[in-house]
Design a protein around this ligand. Structure first.
Ligand code: ADP
Length: 394
């Protein structure tokens, strides 16, 4: 698909630019022809002036044709030819004075005046060969130059097309992978719902078993609904609506979150407000996702701690003493659908989208999400967000 578009782009680029180039080359060639012909005619005129001073009435004075002229003819006032050198032509002058091209010759006919009276006509001609040769050179140059330029334009179009298509190609590949992953994730629970429902439709042997199956269906449907909600969230928030950004005090926002009271949890907040420019709903969601992971992947006897501190930035840390994450998984855990241990995540109902959502939120706020973890002893997730710029006083 992309290669075809790229080819089309290169083709249309070459065709349109080539068309413009041809047009310019055509106009340019026309102008060159005109200019060279004018120049040629000027020279012819100058040569004819030199000849017009000669006395035609004395026969035998001029043996050779002057100034490389092909012929010179003199006519009297009544247009009768009185003398010629070179080819004789007609004995009577027809046509009007001026320039004319006749069989490879450029001919000039001039009235000869004395005291404002036409006393005769002078006709001279030269071969057009020098002009034709020079124009042939121009044509040869255009014949080689124009197709080469069009080929270069085509190659440039192809290269530019490739560069221009890079982001779309990447986005498309990402979208394809995302769709494939999403379908793959939905396939297993749908199959489970189907098999449970099919067995449930059979005449019941054991009412408790039927009840369990229905419960299983409800449970799977709930987790599918959570998955779809998360998928929709990721798709909708690809481009963030910055108009929803407002000044948010992180201290207040964190205080307002719900925390489980059956777990060992500590909260450490500064005693001054920490202001950022953000969409509060999204920041709440990001912190909530980190906290719920911390609780999910920390055994009951472990602890979870949430810290807020400020340096040049606002720093939110979620520290747990849970199972931790192996080093080889750390670079991937922010990817969509990535789970460290599928069995472990399935158990906790995760699809591997929670951290991808946090990452997307943090990046949209020009922040940074980092993690350090030690398998067996716990993990620390850190969100760093730019502080609201202090307002200039005065
Ligand atoms: P899930 O919905 O599966 O939890 P997440 O994107 O939130 O997906 O997390 C991705 C993976 O990172 C999880 O499968 C889990 O294995 C691992 N993980 C995330 N947070 C923690 C944590 N606090 N402790 C240990 N592992 C974690």
């Amino acid at each position: 698909m992309f290669d075809r578009s790229r080819r089309n782009l290169a083709y249309w680029f070459a065709a349109s630019m080539g068309g413009i180039l041809l047009l310019f080359a055509g106009v340019g060639y026309g102008l060159i022809v005109q200019a060279q012909l004018r120049n040629f005619d000027d020279q012819l005129y100058r040569r004819s002036r030199a000849v017009s001073g000669l006395q035609p009435a004395i026969p035998g004075v001029m043996q050779t044709i002057p100034n490389d002229l092909t012929y010179v003819r003199w006519y009297n006032r009544d247009r009768q030819r009185i003398k010629y050198i070179g080819s004789p032509g007609a004995t009577y002058l027809v046509g009007t004075p001026g320039y004319e091209t006749i069989e490879g010759l450029r001919q000039l006919t001039l009235p000869v005046q004395r005291q404002n009276q036409i006393v005769g006509y002078l006709q001279v001609a030269v071969p057009l060969t020098p002009l034709q040769q020079s124009l042939e050179q121009v044509r040869f140059f255009l014949l080689i130059g124009v197709p080469t330029a069009i080929a270069l334009i085509g190659i440039t179009g192809w290269i530019l097309g490739g560069v221009a298509m890079q982001p779309s190609r990447r986005a498309y590949a990402q979208l394809q992978r995302f769709t494939a992953d999403a379908s793959h994730e939905l396939r297993a629970p749908i199959a489970a719902v189907l098999s449970n429902a099919q067995v449930g439709l059979m005449p019941p042997e054991d009412l408790q078993e039927q009840h369990d199956r229905l419960e299983k269906i409800v449970e799977i449907a709930k987790s599918m609904s959570a998955l779809v909600t998360n998928l929709l969230w990721l798709a909708r928030h690809e481009e963030l609506d910055r108009t929803k950004f407002q000044t948010v005090d992180l201290v207040q926002l964190i205080r307002g979150l719900d925390y489980p009271n059956d777990r060992a949890f500590t909260l450490s907040l500064p005693d001054h407000p920490v202001q950022i420019e953000a969409d509060p709903e999204l920041i709440r969601q990001a912190i909530f996702n980190l906290l719920s992971n911390a609780f999910k992947y920390t055994p009951d006897e472990g602890t979870v701690r949430l810290e807020l501190l400020t340096k040049q930035t606002a720093i939110v840390r979620v520290i747990d003493t849970g199972m931790g994450i192996p080093a080889e998984d750390l670079p991937h855990i922010f990817d969509r659908f990535y789970r460290v241990d599928t069995a472990r995540s399935k158990q906790t109902g995760g699809f591997g989208l929670g951290l991808a959502i946090v990452q997307q939120i943090v990046q949209a706020h020009q922040g940074q999400l980092t993690v350090t973890s030690q398998p067996g002893s716990g993990s620390t997730f850190q969100i760093e967000l730019p502080l609201k710029a202090p307002r200039n006083k005065g």
